[in-house]
Ligand binder design. Structure first.
Ligand code: RB5
Length: 156
């Protein structure tokens, strides 16, 4: 059967603590037919998570990738760093519900998670949910618009 709409392009990034989950997610996405840009890291050798958060966030902000998925030990450092890039709404998710709400309520364009928090099966379910959930808009649209206004005002 021919697919009507192409699958969105996904940027992946991880530090050493998220590397093993990134590999699992990459395999899942590729098998499911998503185009993937794997921005590293490519081993468990210690690296600095902001470098990979920036690589993912830059591509999403430039619309080279529709969504980003970034993993460190907790997901928190990745989210903090990615959210410094204008246009990025990175959300840490810990389970399927928070992955769904990140899209539904926050219109998140980057999902972050912790390789020391979730296992491979949980991570795949969260990614599937994130990618298959649409933004609810309405009152949530008004709130996201206010976030965008804060960002614009801070940039001056
Ligand atoms: C690395 O040990 C760890 O600090 C990092 O992966 C991440 O959890 C930071 O938020």
């Amino acid at each position: 059967m021919t697919e009507l709409s192409p699958k969105p392009r996904i940027a992946l990034g991880a530090d050493h603590a998220g590397y093993h989950i990134k590999e699992i997610i990459r395999q899942f996405l590729e098998n499911a037919g998503y185009p993937v840009d794997d921005l590293g890291t490519w081993s468990e050798e210690s690296v600095d998570y902001p470098d990979y958060a920036k690589a993912v966030a830059d591509r999403v902000a430039a619309h080279q990738d529709a969504y980003g998925i970034a993993m460190c030990g907790t997901g928190m450092g990745m989210a903090i760093a990615a959210n410094k890039v204008p246009g990025i709404r990175a959300a840490v998710a810990h389970n399927v519900d928070t992955a769904r709400l990140a899209r539904e309520h926050n219109d998140a364009n980057v999902l972050t998670m912790g390789g020391r928090v979730v296992n491979g099966a949980q991570a795949i379910e969260m990614v599937q949910t994130f990618l298959n959930t649409t933004f609810a808009g309405g009152r949530h649209g008004r709130r996201v618009e206010k976030i965008i206004q804060i960002e614009a005002a801070e940039r001056g």
